[in-house]
Design a protein around this ligand. Structure first.
Ligand code: NCD
Length: 306
């Protein structure tokens, strides 16, 4: 039997989460919800979705996941809350905690914010993205989508291209995919590559062509301009030429699958035709996201044996 985690803050430390169990439970929920619209697994559970940073798919995915499992859900963002009146994160967390939620799903622009929350609230904390640090449910839904495609990640090579330095999605995937048996290749302009990291199973390659030639699937990332101190990319045109997934180039590798966590900037990191074409797994990623979030909420908020 696995130990039930108190919080889901990241994929790292790598023994913190029962990953196969989460993936299995997500697949069970996907099968169940292909025939039903609701269940009672989280009846009586109160989930607060606190998104201090903008989000479309992650926020709606958590909302839908919790509601379909029968939980009571309250969602808010910083623009509609007292944060815009100057309230501190600590006070906001204390206020929310006084209303006794069972789970606090939290997105914040600061790395470490979810871990900070976990020390100041009684609720289970589920990290929905903290600064440049981690986005564990995104990596889990990416892994689920890749396993759907390949059966297993054992012996597969997955490329990640783009703004590695500022991407919590890249970081969580760089930890998760090797745990599932994949080799990870990363490629980015030198200004967008973290200065140091040492994650076994992850290799840096210098050209996009090399990455495409060696990979079974490639994930591209948005330029996270809001997290850059200064202009780290000389021009979008130049970036597109050297690092974008361009339709004429990628279609030369017809077996290659393409992923993107969204939101997409067409013509910068990926071409429209490719993102919406037969090689793309983007819609499947979004669909699987709901079931991964269901599985994570179930793991934290129910007392069923794991
Ligand atoms: C990502 C995020 O917020 O980290 N998006 C997401 O959650 N699907 C990536 C991004 O914002 O570019």
């Amino acid at each position: 039997m696995n130990e039930r985690p108190q919080h889901i803050l990241g994929i790292e430390p790598t023994n913190a989460l029962p990953i196969p169990l989460i993936l299995d439970k997500a697949r069970d929920y996907r099968a169940f919800f292909s025939r039903h619209s609701h269940c009672h697994d989280l009846e009586g559970v109160l989930v607060v979705n606190a998104f201090f940073e903008n989000s479309t798919r992650t926020k709606s995915s958590f909302d839908i996941a919790a509601k379909r499992l029968g939980a009571d859900v309250v969602s808010f963002g910083s623009s509609g809350s007292s944060i815009s009146k100057g309230e501190s994160l600590y006070d906001t967390l204390q206020t929310l905690d006084a209303m006794a939620p069972d789970c606090l799903v939290m997105r914040h622009r600061c790395s470490g914010a979810a871990e900070y929350a976990s020390r100041h609230v009684r609720a289970h904390v589920l990290n929905a993205g903290d600064g440049t640090h981690e986005h564990p449910t995104q990596a889990l839904l990416d892994a689920m989508t890749l396993i759907d495609e390949f059966g297993s990640l054992e012996g597969k090579t997955i490329g990640i291209v783009g703004d590695i330095a500022h991407s919590r999605v890249a970081r969580s995937n760089m930890h998760l995919l090797p745990l599932l048996g994949a080799k990870v290749l990363v490629c980015s302009p030198p200004t967008l590559m973290p200065r140091e990291w040492d994650i076994s199973g992850v290799e840096r390659v210098s050209s996009l062509t090399e990455l495409l030639e060696r990979c079974d699937a490639v994930m591209t990332l948005r330029l996270q301009l809001e997290r850059m101190q200064s202009g780290l990319v000389p021009s979008f045109n130049e970036y597109h030429r050297h690092y974008a997934l361009r339709q004429p180039v990628v279609s030369r590798f017809p077996q290659l699958k393409v992923l993107h966590p969204g939101p997409v900037n067409y013509g910068v990191e990926i071409d429209y035709e490719l993102a919406n074409g037969p090689q793309s797994l983007i819609r499947k990623q979004v669909a699987n996201g709901v079931f991964i979030r269901m599985a994570c909420l179930w793991l934290l908020c129910t007392s069923a044996n794991v």
